[in-house]
Design a protein around this ligand. Structure first.
Ligand code: ACO
Length: 709
């Protein structure tokens, strides 16, 4: 396909044709024209229908070719079997973008027709949004070309959604929650334009401050990762991904026709990209609304002001959960707040004004916190009390919020009965971030802080490592010649050598004398393993002996191995035994890299042994990775403190693990035929003492260039 064209006109078309525009109010083609007209689109509207006539004051053109002016955007809402011909008409007319609403393509197996349309469109310089979508909204030209409920409010949040039905429901929800949008795009089957294209555009769109993605499955994940890493350097990006559970993932796969990636991988990669992952659409909306309006903090430390001890403690817990640091200079806290609270109050953070606080105390405390430059964000909590009415508080909160809006992040939580609830609604309707539950309030502030940390993090590019890819290919070719898809132990060790990994010393012995000599050369204790392409499960065949400490044990073990392997498989071709250095104990970890169906090359790290199988304590990153990303991946596992050294143990060689991760990431990124490489265990020693790659497993495609037989 030829070079992609800019999608500017998708968001800023000067004219829109609606193919399938209908005078019948029950039709989608009517609804789209109605939304375009009633939302006050600033460009020319050209309804198209062979019947001609007029719809909502706009002349209907029987054919696209009869439209007098240029057409930037064509919205197509006619049955699937007619779409290709309409696309041909669009090409003739010189249309720039197609928004194909129609269902009945790849999502139901009709991939051939979809591909035909996209290929034709692209050959004629048109980009395609859809098919199988509800349309597009763009505040830049007041265009609501959707068949949604209408009433979209302009604002600073761009929503990109893969689910159509949920997207339509979101329109109503954004209106109800007064969430203003800069854009709303339904991507449907993503036959051409996908999230990455849209992110590229939205990153440069001044009206968009926050991007909210609803994703079910990822295609071309490596491009998405690249785009997300760039966009999160400028804007807040929130993602809601369905398919967290195994059943949910299966439902998402059948729903969209694209396979949802493993959730753990998705989660890790989003974190790597600086994307905020929300648990639910509601949480995503809360964050989006808050982030679109809040300034960035000037520092890490927040202050909690409360009139109730209980909610203060709960908020402290929530701050720990969501990564919000609390201001802790006790002297300044005392100086700042002791004047505005009763003697039995607490100026420690949370600043507890107690249930006796008056509305004036509340106001003075808020003002003191907001005016103090060392206190970077303010969480104001109110618990209904008998002493003063929440109604008295509302004007104070409004006044303080308005005064410091845009200067300092502020979030409020009010808890109580009907009056408190009605005040909460009133404040929300004025755009003030206020929640009943303190966890919801802190979750927003936590999202702001995570995004802020990412915006301020130093930019580090992926580390390039020299790899002799020719030597890698030679090893793979030899194994391919034997029609294998995995490497034997000595071949895998050859791969480790190419990567410069430290492996246990090993020698191949073809008879007893050689085995004894090899053990002597390596030094006791040693391990002995059978080498035979006919014996894959060595232990089951009695082909492994551990911890051999002298010559006699080597002799006995050699004979025992030969005996058991011969009786296990009479006709096995035995090349000999491998005599291997018995490695010193250390922390057992697992490290690997693979080609992921969604994200392409990825690396993985976890604690080995039972931890990986039972606890599934692993973390991932999209490859290739920088040193910082490698360290973040290692620190991302729950058992990370074991590597930092517990109970007087020394810190382990985390830097050496990071180097292995970087090398494996480079390998699978450059040699795409290697589908999996896994080192299990990778023994990690104390800081400065390195790591040892004990067992290495390599799987590859048996045909070159990614083709699989
Ligand atoms: N050019 C212009 N107009 C045409 C053409 C053409 N080539 N061919 C037909 N038309 C007219 C028809 O005459 C009709 O007009 P009329 O109402 O005046 O008779 C109009 O276009 C629509 O055609 P219909 O055959 O009536 O088709 P209908 O409106 O029933 O369905 C639609 C078309 C909506 C595109 C349908 O095929 C479809 O795909 N529906 C699903 C849409 C959808 O859900 N998309 C995903 C959204 S996301 C979600 O999940 C909600």
């Amino acid at each position: 396909m030829e070079k992609k064209t800019n999608i500017e006109y998708l968001f800023k078309p000067r004219s829109v044709a609606v193919i399938g525009a209908s005078q019948n109010k029950a039709k989608i083609g009517y609804r789209i024209v109605e939304n375009i007209v009633s939302h006050g689109y600033q460009g020319a509207i050209y309804p198209v229908n062979p019947k001609g006539g007029n719809v909502l004051g706009n002349k209907i053109y029987p054919e696209l070719s009869q439209i007098p002016g240029e057409v930037d955007l064509a919205v197509i809402a006619i049955p699937a079997r007619f779409v290709f011909d309409a696309v041909k008409d669009c090409a003739e007319k010189g249309v720039k973008h197609l928004v194909i609403i129609t269902s009945g393509f790849s999502e139901v197996g009709n991939t051939k027709e979809e591909n035909k349309i996209v290929q034709f469109a692209r050959e004629h310089g048109m980009r395609v949004l859809g098919p199988n979508i509800f349309g597009i909204y763009s505040s830049a030209v007041s265009l609501d070309a959707t068949f949604g409920p209408g009433g979209i409010l302009p604002g600073h949040v761009a929503i990109v959604t893969q689910s159509g039905a949920l997207g339509i429901a979101m329109i109503g929800k954004t209106t109800a929650e007064l969430l203003g949008l800069s854009a709303l795009v339904s991507v449907g089957n993503k036959s051409d334009i996908d999230e990455s294209d849209l992110l590229e555009y939205l990153a440069k769109d001044d009206a968009t401050k926050v991007i909210l993605l609803y994703i079910e499955g990822v295609k071309q994940g490596d491009r998405l990762v690249e785009m997300l890493k760039q966009v999160t350097r400028k804007k807040h990006v929130i993602v809601v991904k369905a398919g967290r559970s195994k059943r949910g993932a299966m439902a998402a796969a059948s729903h969209t026709g694209s396979l949802a990636g493993t959730d753990e991988i998705f989660d890790s990669v989003m974190r790597q990209c600086g994307v905020l992952r929300a648990e639910s659409v509601q949480e995503a909306f809360d964050w989006a609304r808050f982030l679109a309006d809040s300034p960035l903090p000037k520092g890490r430390e927040a202050v909690i002001i409360t009139n109730g001890g209980g909610i203060g403690v709960m908020t402290t817990d929530a701050c720990e959960k969501y990564g919000v640091d609390l201001y802790d200079d006790q002297k300044t806290l005392k100086e700042t707040f002791s004047k505005v609270m009763p003697d039995f109050g607490s100026s420690k953070n949370p600043v507890d004004l107690t249930g006796q606080a008056t509305v004036q105390d509340y106001e003075r405390a808020m003002e003191a916190a907001l005016a103090n430059d060392e206190m970077h964000a303010v969480l104001s909590l109110y618990c209904e009390t008998a002493l003063f009415d929440a109604e008295e508080l509302a004007p104070v909160l409004k006044k303080e919020y308005r005064r410091y809006r845009g200067k300092k992040p502020i979030v409020l939580s009010l808890f109580g009965g009907a009056t408190v609830e009605s005040i909460t609604r009133e404040l929300r309707n004025e755009g003030i971030p206020v929640f009943s539950d303190v966890y919801d309030a802190v979750s927003c502030l936590g999202a702001l802080y995570r995004s802020w940390r990412n915006l301020n993090a130093p930019v580090e590019s992926a580390e390039k490592v020299e790899i002799d890819t020719g030597a890698v290919e030679t090893i793979l070719d030899r194994a391919r010649a034997e029609k294998r898809r995995s490497l034997l132990a000595n071949e895998a060790r050859g791969m480790a050598e190419i990567l410069g990994l430290d492996t246990p010393q090993a020698l191949l012995a073809t008879n007893l004398d050689e085995a004894v000599q090899a053990a002597k050369q390596i030094g006791y204790p040693v391990v002995m393993k059978i080498v035979s392409k006919d014996i894959i499960h060595k232990s089951d065949a009695g082909g492994v002996a551990l911890d051999l400490v002298n010559k006699e044990e080597v002799v006995d073990a050699y004979q025992a191995i030969m005996r058991s392997c011969r009786s296990y498989k009479k006709d096995a071709v035995i090349q000999g035994v491998e005599v291997v250095e018995m490695v010193r104990p250390g922390v057992e970890t697992i490290i690997g890299a693979r080609q992921d169906g969604s994200f392409g090359p990825i690396v993985m790290f976890g604690l080995g042994g039972i931890y990986v199988e039972v606890m599934k304590d692993v973390s991932f990153r999209a490859a290739p990775i920088s040193h910082k990303e490698a360290n973040d991946m290692i620190a991302g596992i729950r058992s990370y403190p074991l590597l930092l050294g517990v109970r007087g143990e020394k810190r382990k060689d985390i830097d050496a693990i990071a180097k292995v991760a970087i090398k494996l990431g480079n390998l699978v990124e450059r040699c795409r035929d290697i589908t999996d490489i896994e080192i299990n265990p990778l023994i990690v020693y104390d800081h400065g003492k390195g790591v040892k790659a004990v067992d290495i497993r390599v799987l590859f495609r048996n045909l070159k260039g990614g083709e699989q037989r």
